[in-house]
Design a protein around this ligand. Structure first.
Ligand SMILES: Nc1ncnc2c1ncn2[C@@H]1O[C@H](COP(=O)(O)OP(=O)(O)OP(=O)(O)O)[C@@H](O)[C@H]1O
Ligand SMILES: [Mg+2]
Length: 220
């Protein structure tokens, strides 16, 4: 259940919903959501993040209350269906998908303006993402939803990256030019309830900044 009720006070509301999905656990969804949502918030945007994972990793990350955005927990798909109405006063609502295939994934696709499929160079991650593509294709008969792949935990392994990019190309869904590199700073900051923006790691901060701009550009 949501803990706050929001009323849209603006003449026209432009709330956008972005979901990070891949039912394969460990593909870097929560880490990406926390850093991208922080980056959106640092741009002066009003951001809510919805944690749909039964393990509540994002909610637990915010135990110390350092998040620069509001955190909501969705206990069921019903809560996900309600985000457009319940959180309409925000500029951006970012949904952190669950690490297993569930009705929540379909609900998230239905309420989203943009679906970001987070994949790592691991072939197992890619095959799991196929279920999100299937939901997107089914949804397209009612209301097409824009989607992009995001290459996460990127390593300098040319062959693995080429295979991944070929697999992505076969789906017909675009991929963000900017990926998130495999870096220890992502692991450490999340453990400390923080983000890369509390560090001096300009490489990590830079890639999140450029990725966030790419995400925003999809709405132009
Ligand atoms: N860019 C990165 N560099 C290094 N480690 C990373 C990176 N992104 C995520 N990780 C690590 O990989 C693990 C899984 O990341 P994360 O929890 O973000 O994935 P997830 O997709 O949300 O998983 P789940 O589906 O289980 O919720 C964590 O230990 C995290 O610290
Ligand atoms: Mg997660």
């Amino acid at each position: 259940m949501y803990t706050q009720i929001h009323f849209c006070t603006k003449k026209v509301c432009f709330m956008r919903v972005i979901s990070f999905l891949n039912p394969k656990g460990g593909s870097g969804k929560t880490t990406a959501v926390i850093n991208v949502a922080t980056c959106l918030s640092r741009k002066g945007l009003n951001v809510a993040v919805v944690d749909t994972d039964p393990q509540m990793s994002l909610t637990n990350w915010n135990e110390s209350g350092k998040a620069q955005f509001d955190v909501y927990t969705a206990a069921s798909e019903k809560d996900v269906y309600e985000v457009r109405k319940g959180l309409k006063d925000y500029d951006y609502v970012v949904i952190d998908g669950a690490g297993s295939l569930s009705v929540i994934t379909s609900a998230a696709v239905m309420v989203s303006d943009l679906v970001i499929i987070s994949v790592t160079p691991s072939p197992l991650d890619f095959s799991a993402s196929g279920s999100v593509v299937t939901v997107l294709e089914a949804q397209a008969f009612n209301r097409p939803v824009d989607a992009r792949f995001l290459i996460n935990r990127k390593v300098n392994q040319a062959t693995m990256l080429r295979v991944l990019k070929d697999s992505i190309a076969n789906t017909g869904i675009k991929v963000f030019k900017t990926g998130i590199t495999q870096r220890q700073v992502y692991v450490k900051t999340i453990l400390d309830g923080e983000t890369v923006f509390e560090t001096s790691d300009s490489g990590a901060k830079g890639e999140i900044e450029v990725l966030t701009n790419e995400i925003l550009a999809t709405f132009e």
